[in-house]
Each structure stands twice: as C-alpha cells, then as structure tokens.
Ligand binder design. Structure first.
Ligand SMILES: Nc1ncnc2c1ncn2[C@@H]1O[C@H](COP(=O)(O)OP(=O)(O)OP(=O)(O)O)[C@@H](O)[C@H]1O
Length: 549
C-alpha cells in the first residue's frame, strides 16, 4: 500500500477560505470556534451541508472533528460563530434542542439501555408514559415500517444487550429517525463494523438520503469517502483546510490536506530466520467465549522472535478470543501457554504481563486507560507496579515525565503535555497512548487488537513503523485486524481462523492475496496459494492434554 502525492498539482482543491455561496443549505456552520483552555479545538470552522447529500468530515486525530459534531448536536457550545438550518440561525443549547430541530447523532459509544428491547429504546422518551405502558402494537408497527423502508433490519422485541454492535447501531439510527431527524450525524460509524455490516450500513445511508435525510459522517478511511460521500470537508489542527465535491479531489490531495503531505507507506515485516529463538508457544488452547461456550478449540501456534503474525477471521470465529485467552482476560480451559520458555500454571493478565506480554485491547477507550488519570500515569502505571520506575524506594516521577514527553513526541500524541488527563484527548490520541505504553515496554510478545482502528493515515503509518521496529528488536507480535489489507501490508505470517480453529498458517508473500485470505476466512481451504509450502492448514492438531493453563 503506497500513496504518494505525485499528482497533487493536477486538481486544485478548494482552499481554506469561505465555502462557495449557494442556496440555503440544510445545515451550515459559520465560523464556529471552540477552545478548551489554551487549546483551540475549532477555529472559525465553516461547513455547508447540502440537503440530501452525504457529507464526510475528514482530518487527522485531534483535528477537531468530534468537537465540531458535538457543537452541531448541542453537546458542546461554540465560543463564537453561528449554526444555521435551512438558512435560519438556530441555538442548540443541548441535544434536546438539536433533536427538536431535526438533528440526530449516533456516537461511537452508544447510549442505549441494555435491558430494554430495541423498540423500547427507540420509543423511550418520545412516547408519553413508560415504555412498557405505551401502545406497543402501534409503536411496533410504525418503527417496523420505518426500519423496513430504510433497510435497517432489527428484531424490535429483542433486548439490546443481546444484539451485535451493528444491530445496536441500527437501533441508534432508528431512534434518531423516529425522533424526526432530517440531518443525521454519524461519528466514525464503521469503526466497529465487519465489511459485510459496513456494506449494509452504506446501503441504508443511501436509502436514507433518497428518502430526504442529510447525512454527515466522520471517517478516517478514504475508501469510504470514495464509496459514499458527495461532499467533503477536511480539518487540520482545528482549521478547515479544504472542502468541496468529493469528485474534485483525488486520494493524494485528500492525504495531503489531512496530514500535510507525508507519504503513507506500510512496510511488511521480514520473516524471521528459521533459527530465530522461539518467543512463545501456545499449544492446544481452548478458550471460552462471551456466551460461555467454547470459542477456540485446541489451537496451537509457535511464535519466533521478530515475527509479525497477523490473525484474521470473519468476526466471531474465535480469533479475538484466542488473543484474549493469551492475554489472560478470558478463561483458557485447556492447553499450554509458554512465553520466553516459561510456562505458567495459572494464567492471569497480571502474570502474563509479568512474563513479558504486552497487550493492546480491542476497546482501548474503556479497557486501555484510566480516563481521569494523566497521560504519564497511564503510560507507566504498570511499570510502577513492577518496580521499573522506583529509585531509593520512591517513584522517580521526573524520569517518568521526561520519558512520557519522549513517547508523546515519538508517537505524535496531540496533547497539552504529559499531565493532561486521558479523557481530554481525542479518541485517536488515547489509542496512541495505549500503543506507546505497550510497545515501549519492550515486551517479549506483543498482542495487538485492531492496531490502527480510529487512527488517521499518518498515525496509522507511524504505528505500523513502530510495530516493525519492535519486531526488529526481537518482539514477537500477534496482530489481529479486521482489515485484511492491513494484515497483508505488515505481517510476515498470516493465520486464518474459522469456526474456532486455525485453518491456515501462511508465510506472507506476493502470492498471498486478499482474495485468498477472504476465501479461507469463509472456510474454503482449497483457495490457498498452490505452491506456498506454508499454505496448507497447519497447527490444527487435536488439543494437547491438560497443560498448565
Ligand atoms: N473535554 C476536553 N477537554 C480538553 N480538550 C479537549 C476536550 N475534548 C477534546 N479536546 C481536545 O480538542 C482537540 C480536538 O479533539 P476532537 O476530539 O474534536 O478531535 P477529532 O478530530 O475528533 O480526533 P479523533 O480522530 O482522534 O477522534 C484535541 O486536541 C483534544 O485533545
């Protein structure tokens, strides 16, 4: 994957000045500014969203996208500027006012009540009376008609707690529409979706705009912009640096505008020599999944020092549970885990870390940081526990702080300094804190789930480089990603999961393609590259008995 900016001069993108004038827009932000203390999150940001269009807002992590959306939904108040709907200035002191004006927003972290059904969640607060007292038949009919018309299919009688992320997202969208949203704001709507779910969402978005809704969405993926957006606005460091019809920009221009012209490359880690020492051994692992059922059935895998092994599988095929079992956060019911030649009897997350394991969880916002703690504490918390930063029995705070400053620079974490609480960072920058912490520990084995989810392309390239550097230092890396292209770009080896088993263990090379991986993910073993010695299913021997897990 290589993007260059060779043809930047071919099309002149709109500059950072005033957007072109035109008829009243459905939604307009006029010179909105918002500062948090010293930090200007949005500076005179103007945005013009045409009726019934899909408008993408792009920008690197911390560029101010969420801040802008929050102002348009009444969650945050601008310091100055104006919001207009159909040409008329409106005040949005809170989300209720935004909803009353026909604006709906779906956040990345949903606000549904888990114990209530989809229909109850959708009707909650709209219908008079408590949800279980309302005229269910009538409401179910009207929500059902809405969901059919928009292709947003959900089981309306099912409690939200028992729904997948994609289904919950549909409930959130229906909730907004049921409240009369004519403008729908989606904050990185595809971040947690599988490719199939993403396609279904895009179909629904197209149907919504045909039916009169205007959609504004945040994304980091240029492929999504190409697929879905009519118009784009690009933010950088709180300023609008480009806007216009999507068709007027090429990819290189968008990259240039977003990240300031850095070329974006992903480097594949070289395969380690067969003589490289073994870093870890997982033998016959069985792991329990969320529903209490066995999700991984006796999987064995050895990792060599310096190896980057990509784990792929269609969502729900055991690859995540395998990673979480090794991380010690899911029960391993059978098998043996050995790290650096040491096999532990009882495998817990704490013991795993002490044995030299690093772990970047899938949901780092809730599982990766303590939100109220400063960056520096989040970076070094576990090293305090393990004694790495103690001098004469006391915490060496100045060393921690200066190392935090170095990591902030190395990982380009956009913040006011090491003392800024994690909760005041943008989502992507929180993620960089977790990655910086785990990579800089110099673990023997590093487990990473979705390394670049939510990261802009510049930050993603930097993380890919940091992973390659860690591998060169000898760390064995097991990286799970739902982005097959990412796995192909950075891994020296690719392991495919299907129905809780390892069905292919491939040396990554030119003959391994996304199509082959895709076929294997769907359980078609015949599609492996014919002449690759590692192409045949490997390591699928029956589970080794017992073990020390
Ligand atoms: N409550 C807050 N207090 C202080 N600073 C904040 C707060 N919320 C956001 N910021 C800062 O404002 C800037 C813009 O953040 P914002 O969340 O809008 O970025 P973003 O473009 O959505 O980033 P990402 O892609 O990483 O989600 C960041 O520097 C962030 O640290």
């Amino acid at each position: 994957m290589l993007m260059t900016n060779h043809d930047l001069a071919t099309v002149e993108p709109h500059g950072a000045g005033e957007p072109p004038t035109g008829p009243p827009y459905r939604l307009e932000a006029v010179k909105l500014s918002k500062a948090y203390g010293q930090l200007t999150a949005n500076h005179e940001v103007s945005l013009r969203v045409t009726s019934q269009s899909v408008h993408a807002v792009l920008g690197e992590n911390g560029a101010g996208k969420s801040t802008l959306m929050k102002m348009l939904y009444g969650v945050e108040q601008p310091d100055s500027g104006q919001i207009r709907l159909d040409g008329v200035p409106v005040k949005l002191p809170n989300p209720k006012a935004a909803v009353a004006h026909g604006i709906g927003m779906v956040f990345q972290h949903f606000g549904l009540v888990p114990s209530l059904t989809a229909a109850e969640n959708i009707a909650l607060g709209v219908e008079p009376g408590r949800p279980w007292r309302i005229d269910k038949r009538e409401i179910l009919d009207s929500i059902g008609a809405l969901s059919d018309a928009m292709g947003l299919h959900v089981d309306l009688k099912r409690p939200v707690a028992r729904m997948s992320t994609a289904q919950q997202q549909r409930v959130e969208i229906l909730k907004a529409l049921y409240r009369g949203a004519r403008v729908l704001i989606l904050d990185e709507p595809t971040a947690l979706l599988t490719p199939q779910e993403r396609r279904a969402l895009f179909d629904a978005v197209r149907r919504l705009t045909e039916a009169g809704t205007t959609v504004l969405f945040i994304t980091h993926k240029l492929s999504e912009v190409a697929e879905l957006a009519d118009d784009v606005t690009i933010l950088r460091r709180g300023h609008v640096v480009g806007h216009g019809r999507h068709a007027d920009f090429n990819t290189a221009q968008l990259v240039e505008l977003m990240v300031g012209g850095r070329p974006v490359t992903a480097r594949r880690a070289p395969a380690p020599l067969p003589t490289a020492p073994k870093a870890a051994s997982f033998t016959g692992l069985s792991v329990t999944g969320s529903q209490g059922r066995e999700a991984v059935h006796g999987v064995s895998l050895d990792l060599r020092e310096g190896e980057v092994c990509g784990l792929v599988g269609v969502d729900g095929n055991g690859q995540l549970e395998f990673l979480e079992g090794i991380a010690g956060i899911r029960p391993v019911t059978a098998g043996r885990i050995e790290i650096g030649g040491v096999a532990l009897r009882r495998w817990t997350h704490r013991r795993a870390r002490a044995a030299g394991l690093g772990y970047v969880p899938e949901d780092r916002l809730s599982a990766g940081v303590v939100p109220a703690f400063p960056i520096v504490d989040n970076m070094f918390a576990d090293r305090i526990t393990y004694g790495g930063y103690r001098r004469h029995g006391r915490l060496d705070k100045s060393r921690m702080r200066s190392e935090a400053v170095r990591l902030i620079e190395d990982f380009d974490i956009r913040c006011t300094g090491p003392l800024q609480p994690a909760e005041r960072l943008s989502g992507g920058n929180i993620q960089k804190v977790v990655l910086a912490r785990e990579i800089s520990r110099g673990p023997k084995v590093l487990l990473v789930a979705e390394p670049t989810r939510g990261l802009d392309i510049g930050a993603a390239a930097r993380i890919h480089e940091a992973l390659a550097d860690a591998a060169r230092e000898g760390t064995a890396i097991l990286v799970l990603s739902s982005d097959v292209d990412e796995v192909l770009a950075i891994s020296s080896r690719i392991c495919v999961f299907h129905e809780g088993r390892l069905v292919a263990d491939l040396v990554n090379g030119d003959e391994v393609t996304a199509e082959i991986i895709g076929a294997l993910m769907l359980g078609s073993a015949e599609d492996g590259p014919a002449d690759s010695p590692a192409a045949s299913p490997a390591d699928v021997a029956p589970p080794a008995a017992g073990g020390g897990a």
